[in-house]
Design a protein around this ligand. Structure first.
Ligand SMILES: C[S@@+](CC[C@H](N)C(=O)[O-])C[C@H]1O[C@@H](n2cnc3c(N)ncnc32)[C@H](O)[C@@H]1O
Length: 223
């Protein structure tokens, strides 16, 4: 479904800087300090690799696995990796739904990823995270949200911004989603709870850390 991301890969960075300046990258890095001692990190739908580049700098020991469906996005990500780090980054050009590994990761990052999907797709995809995490793993998610509260002017501006983004991504990549599904209830069904949360002051973007309570949600043996 998302091979349409190949088409926008060359402009993705420019588009982001034009609309958001450095704010989205700041949000991706909200909890970067939590990853400095994690040894095995999974990045899902990493796009052009802005975060990967930063992560490799702040954590010189971590092994990183990237799961990314778009070849063009992944190529840009790969180009950001310094030659001396090649040995500790593994790229899988595959949809998350088809990714198959046996290991558990110390941390999983999903940035502006779940907003590409409709609720029925998310219901099928979120259980996959259980397979790659345990009670010690962190799942860091940064994404847009549909604003429900606040001043009318802020609500209108955030509403318009998100509609424009969905309009663009629907045309350019073919995604079916038209609004941001709140993933927290689905995460809870899969045993994950929010342990920290931070909102951007300017944009409808939120960074959250989820952790899994073993014994709740889908048991590891079933995924
Ligand atoms: C909106 S972009 C976000 C990119 C990046 N994480 C960021 O922070 O800007 C969504 C990314 O997810 C990738 N993607 C979409 N569907 C996917 C799937 N099913 N499995 C893996 N990657 C996918 C797209 O190719 C794209 O790179």
């Amino acid at each position: 479904m998302c091979s349409g991301f190949d088409r926008i890969a060359p402009f993705y960075g420019v588009f982001e800087s034009f609309l958001f300046g450095s704010r989205l990258q700041e949000m991706r890095c909200t909890y970067l300090d939590q990853l400095t001692h994690r040894r095995d990190i999974l990045l899902i739908g990493e796009g052009t690799g802005l975060f990967l580049e930063r992560l490799l700098k702040v954590n010189p020991k971590t092994k990183v696995t990237v799961v990314e469906q778009s070849a063009e996005m992944m190529e840009r990500s790969r180009n950001r990796v310094d030659a001396r780090d090649f040995g500790r980054v593994t790229f899988h050009r595959v949809a998350l739904q088809e990714f198959d590994a046996v290991e558990r990761f110390d941390a999983v990052c999903t940035f502006f990823f779940w907003d590409c999907f409709e609720k029925s797709q998310l219901q099928a995809m979120l259980p996959i995270l259980s397979k790659y995490t345990d009670g010690e793993s962190l799942w860091i998610d940064v994404d847009f949200f549909e604003i429900q509260e606040g001043a009318l002017i802020t609500k209108c501006w955030h509403f318009m911004l998100i509609r424009v983004l969905y309009g663009f991504f629907a045309l350019a990549t073919g995604i079916q989603a038209r609004y941001v599904v709140e993933i927290e209830p689905l995460a809870r069904q899969n045993g994950f709870s929010v342990i920290e949360s931070h909102r951007s002051e300017k944009f409808p973007v939120r960074a959250r850390i989820f952790k899994r309570e073993i014994g709740r949600g889908v048991p590891n043996s079933l995924v």
